[in-house]
Design a protein around this ligand. Structure first.
Ligand SMILES: [Zn+2]
Ligand SMILES: [Zn+2]
Length: 315
């Protein structure tokens, strides 16, 4: 039997890159410290800031919320219910359980309440691929909630493996401009709240262990529309083999990237969307275009509804 590096208990896991055997309790505190130092390393937040935490019902955002709840921060967990069949119903139930377990209040934004239809109907009417509509809607809604809730940052649960996989994929497919989006954070600007990735240096396997050891409730299945291409699966396998041979290399890659992501940024010309007034790269933002096409209405109506809801919830 191997003892924990910090106490006399039996070790439950071995963290290779840190060369430490750890019991459950000390593994959790090891990850908590790692997340806290990630926040500091990349200068993600200030003390006591109000942070919107986007939770999905999956294990990664559950770990992020649970760990950040131990730091002195003002957290605002938000779940976007896009009405994706049973998946959204189950995810919503799990988010409610998680948030009440941590003694917080959950803000639920339901797409159906906002526009009278669910995601599949919206995508169908807008004649756009499902996952691209989903991405646009999520980005837009989270930003609007963040604006009216006056948070400093939006925290996303993307972890180390996902980010490195996407970096390699961007290199292989030569979509280098995509790399600019894969850093630990983005800055805020007028009308657009910056994002942070507190799990930037946390591996997927560490998230799984943390969730298990902390008994966090999370969904065991992914969105029915999510699919990972063969290329991503192979890259993930490759980086895991790299890590086996060179423990700690994933974190090193992430740190190199964090220094260089800005070099891949293309000059973006921002303007204000003529429909909702928020920053956009074209005359009308992609969210407003989708809403107009599908419902005939202006995206600014959605924005107003969210404003009312947030004022109501936070008062
Ligand atoms: Zn221990
Ligand atoms: Zn707009």
């Amino acid at each position: 039997m191997l003892n924990c590096h910090y106490c006399q208990s039996e070790a439950s896991t071995y963290v290779r890159y840190a060369k430490m055997h750890l019991c459950k309790e000390h593994f959790i505190s090891f990850i908590d410290k790692k997340i806290e130092s990630t926040l500091k390393r990349y200068n993600m937040i200030r003390k006591n800031s109000r942070i919107l935490i986007a939770i999905s019902g999956g294990k990664d955002s559950a770990v992020m919320l649970s760990s950040l709840s131990k730091i002195e921060l003002n957290l605002l967990p938000v779940y976007l219910d896009l009405g994706i069949e049973n998946y959204s119903i189950e995810a919503r139930r799990i988010c409610e359980r998680l948030v009440s377990m941590l003694g917080m209040k959950l803000i639920i934004i339901s797409l159906k309440d906002l526009i009278g239809m669910e995601l599949s109907e919206l995508a169908k009417r807008a004649h756009r691929p499902y996952c691209s509509v989903c991405g646009t809607v999520k980005r837009y809604l989270l930003n609007v909630v963040a604006l009216y809730a006056e948070v400093e940052k939006i925290a996303m649960g993307h972890h180390l493996d996902d980010l490195i996989t996407l970096i390699f994929k961007s290199l292989l497919t030569q979509r280098l401009e995509d790399i600019a989006k894969l850093g630990p954070k983005t800055e805020s600007m007028e009308g657009l709240i910056g994002r942070i990735r507190p799990l930037y240096e946390i591996a997927e396997s560490e998230n799984s262990l943390y969730a298990e050891y902390s008994n966090l409730p999370y969904l065991n299945f992914k969105c029915p529309y999510a699919h990972r291409g063969d290329l991503e699966i192979m890259i993930k396998d490759f980086i895991n083999r790299l890590e086996e041979n060179f423990p700690g290399i994933k974190i090193s890659i992430a740190r190199y990237m964090a220094k260089n992501v800005d070099k891949f940024k293309s000059e973006m010309k921002w303007m204000n969307c003529k429909s909702c007034g928020l920053p956009s790269s074209s005359e009308c933002c992609s969210f407003c275009r989708i809403i107009k096409r599908a419902t005939g209405e202006s995206g600014s109506i959605v924005k107003e509804k969210i404003k009312e809801k947030i004022i109501d919830v936070l008062s």
